[in-house]
Structures are given as C-alpha cells and as structure tokens.
Design a protein around this ligand. Structure first.
Ligand code: AMP
Length: 407
C-alpha cells in the first residue's frame, strides 16, 4: 500500500500505534482501501538524542532532540501531522488502534479502551514485562491527547486464544500452571490471521477449506498451523521467546540451561533473561541479527554466520515437519515478514528435498522480487508455496474500525 496519488484525507482513517520500550511506530491508514495517509517512527524515546521521522504526502519531516516519554513522543508526532497539514484532533479520525502484545486469558477479541481494560492490561504486565507496560504508555498518552477518538486494543495473542488444549498446555504441575496462568498463548496473531486470510484470497479458496503453515519470519519469528482459518498450533508460548531462532531471541532451549547458568555462573535471573531475549538467536551466534548482513557474511565464508544460518534453518524445518504432521494434509506453506518476504535462500533451504511430500519450490519464481502476494512453488507442486506480505497495521486498523462500528 502506498500513499502515491491518493487523497491524503484523514476522514474515516485509523491511527495505528505500536509502542515499544524506546520507540513508537505509527501509521494513519484507511481500513477499507488500505490507503496509507501518513506514517512515522519516533526512536530513542527517553533520551536527549531522540529522533522522529514523519512521512506524509511524499514529504519527510524530522525532529531531532530530547523526547522524555511516550506522551511527549506522541505530542511530537501530532505536531508533525499538523506541520504536514493534518490536525488529527479535528480530522475525522474514526479510531486509534493499539497493538497490545499480551492479552492473557482475558482477551480473545479486540476491545474498546476503557479504564477497566487498561487495568487488566496492566495486571497482565507480569506475563509481558517488556511489552505491556510500554503498550499502555501509548494508550494512555493518546487518550490524553485525543480524548474524543475511541481507542481499540488489538492483541497479539488473540488469534491463538482458542488453541486446542493439547497445543496450549505445558506438561508442568497443573496447580502451578493454573495459579500463575502458565499456558502457551502464541504471538504475532494479527499477522498470522491476516496472512492466512490473504493466502486464501490469493488462492481463490474458502479459508475454511484450507490447511496452511504460516511462517512469520521477521526479527521476531513464529510459525503456525492453521486449519479452516483457525490455528491448531503455534511456536511461541507463554512469551514470545519460545520457538524458532530469531534475531536476538533463542527460541526453544532446554529450560535446564536457565537453572544451570544460575548455579554455575555469576549471571542473575535478569542477566539470563536479557541474554535469552536480547543476546541470543542469530545475534548470539554470530554477532549480527540483520539477515541481510548475515547473508553477506555467509557469502564471505564467515563460519559463525554459517552456523547461525544453519541453526536457523534446522529449527525452521523442524517446525515445518511438525506442522505437516499436525495438519495431516497441507494445502499451502506461506512465508511472510522481513526475512520470509525477502530472503529466497531461506525459503529454498527451509523446503529443500521435500518433493516426496508434494512440496517443490520453483527456483526462478523464488528469486523474483515483488511486494505482491505470489506463488513460488512449481506448477506440479501439490502444496502451494506462497510469499504473502504481512500488513499488521492494516489488520489492526480493520479490527479497530469493526469494533468502533459495533460499539
Ligand atoms: P521485520 O521484523 O518483519 O521487520 O523483519 C526484519 C528483518 O527482515 C530484518 O532483521 C532483516 O534481517 C530482514 N530483512 C529485511 N529485508 C531483507 C532482505 N532484503 N533480505 C534479507 N533479509 C531482510
């Protein structure tokens, strides 16, 4: 979706906010057409050297300087909107859509922001200490700045809320699990839902007839098995740490590593948490987490980068195999997000040698660069292998608009 040649009118648009610990991403988008009116990113919030970049009508506006907190970051974004000619308070915006990472057992659907909803998200912070508190900062800040615009929370976990019990349950003491709400929640749900729907549309099939494996491979990465439009398994768990190898996260490890390190090293529990979330995965293995850099390091013969790549692919294939068995019959395997959409070698290596299972990637189609949904499997591959760009902002905008329309 681009803003080229479009109206630029904010009437009826949704402001989508994704607040991170020191960053804030936003997009003003029309839910029906997908037209992006404006987008921006505020980085290094809380520092003297913060930066905001705002794109609208083909122009980029910047601010460099101190930004104390998320309230100030949003106020700055609103200033940049005004400079570009849009007073968001009077622009006819229909909603603000918030990406909220952890909805716990409480939220299986998007909800209107209210005091009670804010309290519940806050209470879930123990499950997502890196995410929910900063998501809340965005929610309360925009509520104060645009009090007349309804806010809607869209949860990363919601799509997986009704995972079958066998897939959602950890085999640990059931009383401990119940007391502390320990189960597999799954994340990136908005993307998995959007992409599985878009894949069905691309194939001209009814989603309820399709069995798909969705591979969301970005800096964070997750896989899901989707039957008839509903997930039956996913790779992330209580937190977004479980599953595939990611940019900086380990994915699956033997949990005994945590206890072992606690006993034999001078790392405390926060050090271990930090290592597993921020210093592991591709970065832990080769010092880099950007797949473009790793690809060129591999091409230059860097052994650490090669091992990182091999571990990444090994884990990915393990999940693909598991989900082939989970599903029994696979109609489509769908790659999405930064790596999935842009790294043909990952797609090739993830599915190499699976012809006897009806999976054959077409080498020529695989290397074609495009921003559109496309098929990369051979004409006689029984399983359709697709690349389908994700669009979490549009998905959040659509959900927010639907909630507001039904309110
Ligand atoms: P995302 O989290 O979906 O934004 O994906 C971010 C990741 O996508 C980055 O860490 C990059 O490693 C990867 N990526 C983006 N563009 C490319 C590309 N052209 N080739 C390989 N990887 C890419």
């Amino acid at each position: 979706m681009t803003d080229a040649g479009l109206t630029g009118d904010a009437t009826g648009a949704v402001l989508v906010l994704n607040s991170g610990s020191s960053s804030l991403k936003y997009q003003l988008v029309h839910p029906d057409s997908g037209e992006v009116v404006a987008s921006g990113l505020v980085e290094r919030i809380g520092s003297e050297t913060a930066a905001a970049e705002h794109e609208q009508n083909g122009d980029t506006r910047r601010f460099d300087g101190p930004i104390a907190d998320h309230h100030e970051a949003l106020a700055k974004a609103l200033d940049l909107f005004a400079e570009a000619g849009t007073d968001l308070a009077s622009s006819g915006l229909q909603a603000v859509g918030h990406r909220v990472v952890h909805g716990g057992q409480e939220f299986s659907e998007p909800v209107l922001v209210s005091d009670e909803v804010i309290e519940t998200i806050d209470a879930l912070s123990g499950l997502a200490p890196l995410h929910n508190p900063v998501n809340l900062m965005g929610i309360t800040a925009i509520r104060a700045l645009l009090p007349d615009v309804p806010g809607v929370c869209v949860f990363d976990t919601a799509f997986f809320h009704h995972l079958p019990a066998a897939a959602a349950t950890y085999a640990i003491d059931r009383d401990v699990a119940a007391e502390h709400h320990i189960r597999r929640y799954g994340f990136h749900g908005t993307s998995h839902e959007y992409v599985s729907g878009a894949a069905a549309e691309f194939l001209g099939a009814d989603p309820t007839d399709l069995q798909q494996i969705i591979l969301h491979l970005g800096n964070g990465a997750s896989a899901s098995a989707v039957r008839g439009g509903r997930p039956i398994d996913t790779s992330m768990g209580l937190t977004p740490l479980e599953g595939l190898v990611m940019g900086t996260r380990s994915g699956d490890i033997d949990p005994a590593i945590v206890m072992y390190l606690r006993r034999v090293s001078d790392m405390d529990i926060d050090d271990i948490d930090h290592m597993l979330n921020s210093g592991s995965g591709l970065k832990g293995l080769c010092g880099e987490n950007d797949f473009r850099t790793i690809t060129s390091m591999v091409a230059d013969g860097d052994e650490a980068a090669q091992l990182a790549y091999d571990v990444y692919i090994h884990r990915l294939r393990r999940y693909i195999g598991a989900y082939m068995v989970d599903l029994g019959r696979v109609d489509a395997i769908v790659f999405t997000a930064g790596v999935g959409e842009n790294a043909p070698t990952v797609r090739r290596d993830a599915l190499a040698g699976l012809e006897r299972y009806g999976i054959a990637v077409d080498d020529e189609a695989n290397v074609v660069r495009s921003r559109a949904a496309r098929r990369i499997s051979t004409a006689d591959s029984e399983v359709a292998v697709l690349v389908v760009p994700t669009n979490e902002e549009l998905a959040i905008a659509r959900k927010a608009a639907a909630v507001v329309a039904g309110a």
